[in-house]
Design a protein around this ligand. Structure first.
Ligand code: CUA
Length: 333
């Protein structure tokens, strides 16, 4: 399902850095552990299937009615065999215990929030229908693009607090880790230690409303030096550009700042994505459109065209108003 969505997206947005999401290429420890666990379950269940199917086919052939119409061979009838009873009680119990034990260990390991010192702490909040991403120790806020450094073990991993501002969402980055729900009123945890730099696609995987399927997210795993550079850039507050003052005024006039924050200005809205560095993002609308001038204008004019049911109202702006607002956007680097 996610593969299909990503394929379609790759078609429409021509993102050359795009990689197809796949659970078969785990690139972080939690994803690897889940993958190994899935193989174990498939092996055990496959073994049970082979044994049962073999016995069934053997019985069907061995005890079928004879072609000459004679009575089928009647096997010896056994009642109350303690050995057989014990075997088919103990074996399934053992299998269940092994599976339950391994499940608990994998789930516990993935949700373990005890964070080694000085590793990256990221807060991801699910909104209808976008992702708020905060780096509380660095004063950085962004949306729909989670930047984390490449690391090779849990001691250097990135740790996520997962929350929701409205309904239940679920974060899934197939290559980097399994689905974890974002639940109002509590924090769930997950961590990732991507082994390779790259852009990893994910999606919301808990039905959350009309635009659930368009709640895409990207994890951008960067070499530590590149990540530090990104963090430094994101930390810069906005400095007003005299060329874009008309747009900045309209940003206030049309009450954009009531929902969107721009650090370094009086715009402090928290309902929509923080726009301080919106130009640094590849996509807008939580993954629905490439971040180009035309798409930004179309989005500002009426987000309901690209994403019907999203919570940003259509401003029905046109002409100079759109150009001015876009000019202001373009200063938010
Ligand atoms: Cu958020 Cu589905």
């Amino acid at each position: 399902m996610t593969n299909l969505a990503c394929l379609l997206l790759a078609e429409t947005s021509n993102l050359d850095e795009h990689k197809i999401s796949s659970i078969f290429h785990p690139l972080s420890t939690p994803a690897q552990n889940e993958f190994n666990y899935a193989l174990l379950v498939i092996a055990i269940c496959g073994g049970i299937f082979v044994v049962v199917a073999t016995l069934l086919i053997f019985t069907m052939i061995r005890f079928r009615r004879k072609p000459d119409g004679g009575h089928p061979y009647e096997p010896p009838q056994v009642y109350g065999s303690n050995r057989i009873e014990a075997a088919w009680t103990v074996l399934p119990v053992l299998i269940v215990f092994v599976l339950a034990g391994v499940t608990a260990r994998v789930v516990w390991g993935i949700g373990d929030a005890s964070q080694p010192k000085s590793t990256l702490h990221v807060e991801v909040t699910g909104h209808q229908y976008w992702w708020e991403v905060r780096y509380p120790n660095d004063g950085v806020v962004t949306a729909n693009e989670i930047h984390i450094p490449v690391s090779h073990d849990r001691d250097h991993a990135s740790f996520f607090d997962l929350k929701s501002s409205d309904v239940i969402h679920s974060l899934w980055i197939p290559e980097l880790g399994g689905k974890t729900d974002l639940i109002p009123g509590r924090a769930n945890h997950m961590w990732m230690d991507p082994k390779e730099a790259g852009v990893y696609w994910g999606n919301c995987t808990e039905f959350c409303g009309a635009q659930h399927a368009n709640m895409l997210v990207q994890v951008v795993a960067q070499e530590p030096a590149d990540f530090e550079r990104w963090l430094t850039e994101q930390r810069q507050p906005h400095v007003s550009d005299p060329q874009a003052l008309a747009g900045e005024k309209k940003f206030q006039m049309f009450a954009c700042g009531g929902c969107h924050a721009v650090q370094g200005t009086k715009f402090k809205g928290r309902l929509g994505p923080d726009l301080t560095h919106v130009m640094s993002r590849r996509l807008i609308g939580s993954g629905v459109l490439p971040n180009t001038a035309d798409n930004r204008k179309a989005w500002i004019s009426n987000p309901q065209d690209a994403k019907p049911g999203c919570l940003m109202p259509g401003m029905k702006l046109s002409g100079k108003n759109l150009d001015d607002l876009n000019a202001f956007m373009e200063t938010l680097k």
